[in-house]
Design a protein around this ligand. Structure first.
Ligand code: SF4
Length: 250
């Protein structure tokens, strides 16, 4: 039977295939699965983990090329257009920096809380051994929250880079339209930020003693969110193939 693939669905997903309801309609997933069967290697995970790296590398290369092009063409005069571009460059650069800072903050937080969570784990193990009640629902919420945070930690930054790189490549007229790669990537980044904020909120609810430590993380995520919305005001209107397109669900 011919697979009913949704064109381009894999461009604006979160790459979390094991949780994806559209896996059977995704060409990338299906091809990776086939490759995995034949090559007997974990191609999917290999591909996904390198995808983020590739996106960052691609964005950097594009940026590099644009710098070179500008130099070659001798765009040294500061016209009004240059000025506008420079402003958006500056905004984009601070946004990229914030994405990178978030990666670092999360790593540091997990590192500094390693002992704390190991102690909690030990307590739970003791309770289980003594056949005392354990709130399994709470444990499930906490685990899912940690999974989400870790999954989107680098993903957010990668999507910020991609959305900004795309913006530079698109024609000025095109950026006014909703369906372009910049808006699509920005939308995926915004969704990942929302998921991350919700997950951090879960952690804060179960461990209120961590509230103060988490303030910087919350503030940073909200800033990134606001800046992305400012640069890409139409991002949320972007229709992701499959996920937002109702006709793909039939
Ligand atoms: S759309 Fe494809 S690549 Fe994306 S999460 Fe779903 S199965 Fe994975």
């Amino acid at each position: 039977m011919k697979a009913d693939f949704i064109p381009g669905i894999y461009n604006y997903c979160d790459r979390w295939c094991e949780r994806c309801t559209f896996a059977k309609r995704c060409r990338v997933y299906t091809e990776d699965l086939e490759a995995k069967k034949t090559k007997k290697v974990d191609v999917i995970h290999e591909r996904i983990s390198t995808d983020i790296e590739k996106e960052l590398k691609k964005s950097f290369e594009l940026l590099q090329k644009m710098v070179e092009d500008r130099e070659v063409l001798g765009y040294m005069e500061e016209t009004e257009e240059d000025y506008i571009e420079e402003q958006s460059d500056n905004q984009g650069n601070t946004l990229k920096e914030k994405g990178n800072v978030y990666i670092k903050l999360v790593d540091e937080w997990f590192k500094s809380n390693k002992a704390f969570f190991e102690e909690r784990e030990e307590e739970i193990s003791k309770k289980i051994a003594l056949k005392l009640g354990v709130d399994e629902e709470a444990l499930d919420h906490i685990n899912r929250a940690f999974e989400n945070i870790r999954w989107y930690q680098v993903f957010i930054s990668a999507k910020i880079h991609r959305s900004l790189a795309g913006l530079k490549l698109e024609n000025f007229e095109e950026i006014h339209f909703t369906q372009n790669d910049s808006n699509g990537s920005a939308k995926v980044a915004l969704l990942a930020i929302e998921q991350s904020i919700t997950s951090w909120e879960t952690i804060r609810t179960y461990f209120p003693e961590k509230t103060d430590e988490l303030i910087d993380i919350f503030v940073l995520l909200h800033k990134i969110q606001e800046e992305l919305k400012q640069i890409f005001p139409l991002a949320k209107k972007f229709i992701r193939p499959g996920f937002d397109d109702v006709f793909s669900n039939f």
